[in-house]
Structure formats: structure tokens, C-alpha cells
Design a binder for this molecule. Structure first.
Ligand SMILES: *[C@@H]1O[C@H](CO)[C@@H](O)[C@H](O)[C@H]1NC(C)=O
Ligand SMILES: *[C@@H]1O[C@H](CO)[C@@H](O)[C@H](O)[C@H]1NC(C)=O
Length: 206
């Protein structure tokens, strides 16, 4: 099974309620920065996306909004955050004017940080900011992948109103920023990000 669904080690079960360091999540080492980024991008089910607003009275200013995301199956994500969007949505209207955006994802959106006793602003509560742009997915096979794994993570999407002209989109990454330890933000190129293997392959480690 995947790291997320792995059974906590037996010692954790014994100490449950006392020890907080028993999250089922096996986060990669903090110095494997690209792996941490891929891990966070795979674990979260939603992200905050800042666009440049096209709406008065904040036209031209950053506008941050929550979006459901999926990059694929848990433990085997593609690294590409996919979205299910409608042009009726306020931020999507911004993207039509300017597709550039910033996508923020944090392990605070999982049980991990609370279980470890890490405040969401602590770098130990790993968070990742993607810079880039949002593009409609035109390739049929890629759209099928996006649909499969978005609807798997977000089962109610299948019932979203059909007259809203939903489409699949992806975040086209130009730079990855990682806060996963003390000492300031670290950057990862898209090439490093996509080459990284976020999960350990040994069966015993999940
Ligand atoms: C899909 O097509 C639209 C319209 O031509 C274009 O703006 C967009 O960049 C394309 N998406 C990708 C991933 O190339
Ligand atoms: C996607 O991002 C890469 C890296 O920043 C950039 O070179 C490329 O032009 C982008 N693609 C589109 C269709 O905007």
C-alpha cells in the first residue's frame, strides 16, 4: 500500500494518545527537498491558489482562493496538480486574463502537523509554493488521467452542475519553493521536481 495508508508501526499503536510522533505519513528527509515537494503535492487534496485579480476593487492585486486538486493516486502521484474548473468561477476569470498563478500546499492540510505538534507556519510543517501558470488540459489521455484521479479524490465532483462547462486544467510549474526545515526557503527546478521519487520503495517503509 501507499505511505499514507500504511499501518502505523506497532510501537505507535502502543503509545497512541501519549506519543505524537506516530503519524502514518512517511515524509522524505528534509534535505531531499524535491522529494518533499512531490510528497506534499501528492498528499494534499486542496490548495490555495493566488491569481492576479481581474475584478474591481482589487484589480491587479493578488487574490487567493481554495481549489480541489489531485496529482494522481496516493503514493504514485505525477507531481502535476490537476483541477476541475468552470469559467464561471471568480479566480478562473482572472486566469483568462492572466494565467500566471501561485499554488500553496501544506502538510497542515493533512493530519501530519497536528499529530507532530507542528504549527502550520513552522517550516517543520512542510509547505510548498508553486509558481507558474494554469493551462487547460487539451490532450485526451491526460484529461482522462486528471478526471480519474480528481474524481477519485473528490467524489462529489461527478455531481457538479453539468451546465457549468467544467474543464480539466493543470498547473504548469516554473519554480518550486519549499519550506521544510529551518534556514529559509529552498528552491527546486521543475526538472528536479519531476525527477524526484517522493516515496521510499522498500515494502517495510510503506
Ligand atoms: C490548450 O489549448 C489552449 C487554447 O488553444 C491553450 O491556451 C493552452 O495553453 C493549451 N494547453 C496546453 C497544456 O498546452
Ligand atoms: C510551462 O512552463 C514552462 C516553464 O516555465 C514554460 O517554459 C512553458 O512555456 C509553459 N507552457 C505554456 C504553454 O505556457
Amino acid at each position: 500500500m501507499t505511505a499514507l495508508t500504511a499501518t502505523p508501526p506497532a510501537i505507535c499503536l502502543l503509545l497512541l494518545g501519549l506519543a505524537s510522533r506516530c503519524s502514518g505519513l512517511h515524509i522524505p528527509p528534509h534535505d531531499a527537498v524535491a522529494r518533499v515537494a512531490r510528497f506534499v503535492a501528492n498528499q494534499v487534496t486542496w490548495a490555495s491558489m493566488a491569481t492576479i485579480s481581474s475584478h474591481d476593487p482589487v484589480r491587479g492585486q493578488p487574490f487567493s482562493n481554495a481549489f480541489s486538486v489531485s496529482d494522481g493516486p496516493l503514493g504514485r502521484g505525477s507531481g502535476v496538480p490537476y483541477f476541475y474548473l468552470t469559467r464561471m468561477e471568480v479566480s478562473v476569470q482572472d486566469l483568462k486574463v492572466n494565467p500566471q498563478a501561485s499554488l500553496s500546499m501544506s502538510l497542515a492540510q493533512t493530519d501530519y502537523c497536528a499529530q507532530q505538534g507542528f504549527d502550520p507556519q513552522s517550516p517543520l510543517c512542510a509547505h510548498v509554493i508553486l509558481s507558474g501558470s494554469v493551462l487547460q488540459v487539451n490532450d485526451t489521455a491526460e484529461a482522462e488521467f486528471a478526471k480519474k484521479w480528481l474524481f477519485w479524490r473528490h467524489p462529489e465532483m461527478v455531481d457538479w452542475p453539468s451546465d457549468h462547462d467544467w474543464f480539466f486544467a493543470k498547473f504548469n510549474i516554473s519554480q518550486v519553493w519549499v519550506l521544510d526545515y529551518f534556514g529559509g526557503v529552498k528552491t527546486v527546478t521543475p526538472e528536479e521536481y519531476f525527477q524526484a521519487t517522493p516515496f521510499r520503495k522498500h515494502p517495510h517503509s510503506g
